[in-house]
Each structure stands twice: as structure tokens, then as C-alpha cells.
Design a protein around this ligand. Structure first.
Ligand code: NAD
Length: 345
């Protein structure tokens, strides 16, 4: 006869289950669903509620979170007893939604950009600080093993003093949803979509030096844009002059004739060597890091590396451990200020 022994959970384990943060997911389209699945698979937090007006997006998220409640609107989501929300809606909605959730005492994990301008980002960060709630932003490329190696090498002085940085992000597919090309919903084009990652990677790697001068040029459909255009840019070049003398050159675009899906690179040139992140075979997901010394090259990191869910999982785990406001998030305001300068805002 089979005997089934049921063990009573220890008081500590029961307490841990009770304290698993309850999360709401606002926007479960492409990236929202991916981040939700990463958090669900990790198990540090509970997928308690979903909100998305698109039936198909909601239904396919629900398949991986069958016990989650459906909130019919953002206001209804805010009425739920939640510890935090994960925002992955069209970009221009983020700041207002994050502020509203923080005002309700919820922690927030937000897709980039946190806001369309530095002023918007600062407002959200201030709200998180005032409420003492954990706020994090998905600047996801920081999480790649390749970028972590590069940052470590630069911080350890392995390439000497960095004086030049080359940054490239071309998405030859271009965004596939209409809202990306509507400035009211996107807050901008390829700069706020892709350039934000490049600016963040440069500043994060160099320890956030002050950017004291920015020059830029923006295009749409091959035509140069005048300041404050009505349309979003699909190609951008910029040069950032940083305190300490380093200069970063940035190029990003949608729908460039690149001959592959994507070109993603970040090269740091120093007095004693260089390091470079580059995507493998046009991939959006696979990266290699190399260190250069003269004509020699050493491989620092290569695929496979499952990095996409690292930032949301880290946030969920910290929330479960009781973390409140982390001042590190203030750096998103510095990044947003550089984007403002690129846009001439
Ligand atoms: N961190 C990264 O590397 C990364 C990568 C891709 C996308 N993103 C960001 O994620 C966000 C979403 O991008 P996506 O490609 O998943 O877009 P998407 O269009 O696939 O998903 C957005 C979802 O939000 C829903 N939505 C719209 N308005 C809403 C509202 N008021 N309340 C709730 N849901 C609403 C839509 O129905 C849709 O399902 C963007 O801000 C984008 O910049 C970040």
C-alpha cells in the first residue's frame, strides 16, 4: 500500500509564502508577457492580476498565469491588494501610471523609458523616494554577461583611461506596432526606443560622468528633421562630451538597410586597450564581449546567456526581501537628460 506523508510547512516557510509579493501586470503585450513569465518562473512573487485592453494579449498572458485576476482598467488594477506593479505599456504612458501606482503605495518595475523627459522621470523618482517604494527600470542590456564583463574591465582600469566610445543600435526590422510611430504614445522614435540603451550603457560603464555638451541630428524617412518635429525620428546621430574628456558617438535607427536584423555595438577605447560589445550574426539576443590590445583580441563573453528576465526577477526578489526605495534609480534621470538634449527639448 502506498503511504502518502503530508508534511506540515514550517512556520517560517508558511510566513515566506504569505509574504510573497502580489504583483499586477499592466500591459502584457510582447515584453510585458515575457517579463511576467520570467517572474512567474522564478517564483519570488505571485502573478496576482493582469490588465490589458487587448483581448489577445490578455488571453495569452493568462495561459501562463491561470490564477491571476483580470482588472478591466488601470483604475481597477489600482484597487487590487497589490504590493507592486510591472508596467509594459506604450512608452508615453509609463510616467503617469508609475506615479499613480506609487501614490497607492505600490512598488514599480517599469519598462524603459520611465518617462518621456527628465522632468517626468524626476517626478516619478521623487514619488518613489517619498513613498519609500522600490522603483526599477528595465535597462535590460546592462544585464547581459557581455556588458557586465565590459563594465568590470573598464572599472578595473584594464584598458586605461577611456577617451572615446562608439555606440550603435540599428533595428533593421523597425518596430512592428503602430503606437511606436505616434509621438503622443511613444514620446519619440529610435532615440527613446534604442538610443536610451546606448546612452545608459555608456554612462553606466563610465560611472555616470556629467555630459556637458550634446550635438545631434535626427532624420525621418531619409529627411533631416527640424527641431520639435511632428513625426518621430527613425535615424539619429549624436555626440556626447563628458566630464573627464571622453567623447561618445552614437548612431541608432529603425529600418536601416543593414543587411541583417540588428547591429548592436558598444566599444570603449582606452589608453591601454579596448573592449567591445557586439551582437552575434545580427541577433537581438546574442552578444559577445571582446578585449583588444593592439592587434590582439581576447574573448570575454559569448552566448548562450539568458539575460532578458534578469532585471524584473532581481526587482521581484528584492521586493520579497522587503527593499524600499533604492537611490540607484535616480540615474535614469541623468540618462533622460541626455535624451532631452539629443531631442533639443
Ligand atoms: N527593456 C527592453 O529592452 C525593452 C524591450 C522591448 C520593449 N520595451 C518597452 O516595453 C514597452 C512595451 O513594448 P512592447 O513591444 O511590449 O509593446 P506591445 O505593443 O507589444 O505591448 C504593449 C501592451 O500594452 C497594452 N496597453 C496599451 N495601453 C494600455 C493601458 N492603458 N493599460 C494597460 N495596457 C495597455 C497593449 O494592449 C499592448 O498589449 C515599451 O515601452 C517599450 O519601449 C523594453
Amino acid at each position: 500500500m502506498n503511504q502518502l506523508t503530508l508534511e506540515r510547512p514550517s512556520a517560517a516557510a508558511a510566513d515566506a509564502v504569505r509574504r510573497r509579493p502580489r504583483l499586477g501586470f499592466l500591459g502584457v503585450g510582447w515584453i510585458g508577457r515575457h517579463r511576467m513569465e520570467a517572474i512567474a518562473a522564478d517564483g519570488a512573487a505571485e502573478v496576482a492580476a493582469l490588465c490589458d485592453p487587448e483581448e489577445q494579449a490578455f488571453e495569452s498572458a493568462l495561459r501562463n498565469a491561470p490564477r491571476a485576476a483580470r482588472a478591466a482598467s488601470f483604475d481597477a488594477l489600482l484597487e487590487q491588494p497589490l504590493d507592486g506593479i510591472v508596467i509594459a505599456t506604450p512608452s508615453a504612458l509609463h510616467a503617469g501610471q508609475a506615479e499613480a501606482a506609487l501614490a497607492r503605495g505600490m512598488a514599480v518595475f517599469c519598462q524603459k523609458p520611465l518617462g518621456c523627459t527628465a522632468i517626468e522621470c524626476r517626478r516619478v523618482v521623487s514619488a518613489a523616494r517619498a513613498a519609500d517604494r522600490l522603483l526599477a527600470v528595465d535597462l535590460s542590456y546592462r544585464q547581459t554577461a557581455a556588458m557586465r564583463c565590459i563594465r568590470r574591465a573598464v572599472a578595473a582600469g584594464e584598458i586605461g583611461e577611456v577617451y572615446a566610445v562608439d555606440l550603435v543600435f540599428h533595428n533593421a526590422y523597425g518596430p512592428d506596432k503602430p503606437w511606436f510611430r505616434d509621438p503622443q504614445r511613444s514620446g519619440g522614435g529610435c532615440v527613446i526606443d534604442l538610443g536610451i540603451h546606448l546612452v545608459d550603457l555608456a554612462l553606466w560603464t563610465l560611472g555616470f560622468p556629467r555630459v556637458h555638451q550634446v550635438e545631434s541630428r535626427l532624420w525621418a524617412g531619409g529627411r533631416a528633421l527640424a527641431p520639435r518635429p511632428e513625426v518621430v525620428e527613425d535615424h539619429a546621430l549624436a555626440q556626447l562630451d563628458m566630464d573627464g574628456g571622453a567623447v561618445a558617438r552614437l548612431a541608432c535607427s529603425w529600418n536601416l538597410h543593414a543587411g541583417r536584423d540588428a547591429v548592436i555595438e558598444a566599444s570603449f577605447h582606452g589608453t591601454r586597450g579596448g573592449v567591445r560589445l557586439c551582437n552575434c550574426g545580427g541577433s537581438f539576443y546574442d552578444f559577445r564581449a571582446e578585449r583588444f590590445k593592439g592587434t590582439r583580441s581576447i574573448l570575454l563573453a559569448e552566448p548562450p546567456d539568458d539575460w532578458g528576465g534578469r532585471a524584473p526577477v532581481a526587482w521581484a526578489r528584492r521586493l520579497a526581501a522587503g527593499s524600499g526605495f533604492d537611490p540607484e534609480v535616480e540615474r535614469v534621470v541623468d540618462v533622460a537628460a541626455v535624451l532631452d538634449a539629443i531631442y533639443g527639448r
